[in-house]
Design a protein around this ligand. Sequence first.
Ligand code: UD1
Ligand code: CA
Length: 457
Amino acid sequence: MTNIYAVVLAAGQGTRMKSKLYKVLHPVCGKPMVEHVVDHVQSLNISRTVSIVGHGAEKVKDQLGEKSEYVLQAEQLGTAHAVQQAETLLGDLDGITMVICGDTPLIRPETMKALLDHHQQQNAKATILTAIADNPTGYGRIIRDSEGHVAQIVEQKDSTPEQQLVTEINTGTYCFDNKALFTTLKLVNNDNAQGEFYLPDVIEILKEQGEIVSAYVTENFSETLGVNDRVALAQAEAIMRDRINEKHMRNGVSFINPSNTYIGVDVKIGSDTVLQSGVILEGNTVIGEDCFIGANSHIIDSEIGDRTKVDASVVEESVIGEDVTVGPYAHVRPASNVGNRAKVGNFVELKKTTLGEGSKASHLTYLGDAEVGTDVNIGCGTITVNYDGVNKFKTIIGDRSFIGCNANLVAPVTIGADTYVAAGTTITKEVPQHALAIGRSRQENKENYVNKLNSNK
Ligand code: UD1
Ligand code: CA
């Protein structure tokens, strides 16, 4: 078995992005583009992945973690110079090295695999992944000789008007015989318009040495988009969005309007779930089967059980059970846990709160730092008073309790199981099991008050 290595180029600043964020860290469908590249590479049978880092090196390393090894390119002198930095790790090894840019997040693993297979079948020293572009401006052009073989790659800035008419472009992805790569890199110079050491020059040098240099033309140009600016970033986002949405539709998820539904790459959705327009699902969100996610819901890093309905609501870093109703207009904030068959109704906010199975907070309620048992009824306008301006305190409500409307539960406080809290009550101390707690001023009626008032007119 031939060993296969991957080198991911991720050291550039990305000047054309005009951003404080390093280019390869810009997200596409919620994941930094360099991480897409590394994840795609790793889904193949690759022995080692080495990322070349420079600008924002620490941030890129933090993002990719254990997924890659790293080499620092302290000064960005060009793509050939970048690859050369991996020599200390890979230089002596036999095998094939695939080089791929950190700014081409759309190249699918299937395409990388096809490139690798082609490279091996051709017994080539180098194989370039190329594509035919409608508008090749900005890309390196593939110059072929009279027999149709690849002769060289010419960068846009070094090209003649005639070469600019060529529509076959260098996608920035290549396979090389590993040892030939590192030997040839030493021969690359920076005698060109940008004064950089160009990786594509390796192709011409190998060709001149009489080695086999091949190209694998992918039919899908949109996959090879290199993201150099915000325009391309939005294009990449749209292409990946279509791809993700199509995958879910093929798996049995209904989209009312896929062009206005935004699903992160790592989100999982069960079959027969319906997503309405404007839904945003991010991060490691998992949605069950037969769910209904209503218009403009935004769910981040959360788990939603089967048959649950979330409508026009925001759910963050929380777990929602099965057969639950959330919204419309609810906000479930981080570290909340909503049990099966529970209800989080309109204008209800939960924060770091457990709402037990079958419990209901149907309207206009704030539950923060609360532990609510099962089958509890939280009346309209109930508020856990969890914050004294300095510290946060906990409210515990036992099973089957009934909290009347407009109650203030001043934490820390425990309300036992099977209790009643009368409407309008401010609870400041423990309510024992089976008790009724009333804490409000008594009503007083002033007889004939209105008549007296009118007689003074
Ligand atoms: C490069 C290719 C071009 C190809 C295009 C495909 C070269 C000289 N040109 O052009 O033929 O059509 O990609 O998208 O290779 N990088 C480093 N260190 C450096 C310079 C760049 O790590 O010193 C990294 C960048 O972070 C980026 C990648 O290499 O991820 C490509 O660099 P970029 O400047 O975007 O090259 P292009 O001009 O797009
Ligand atoms: Ca680029």
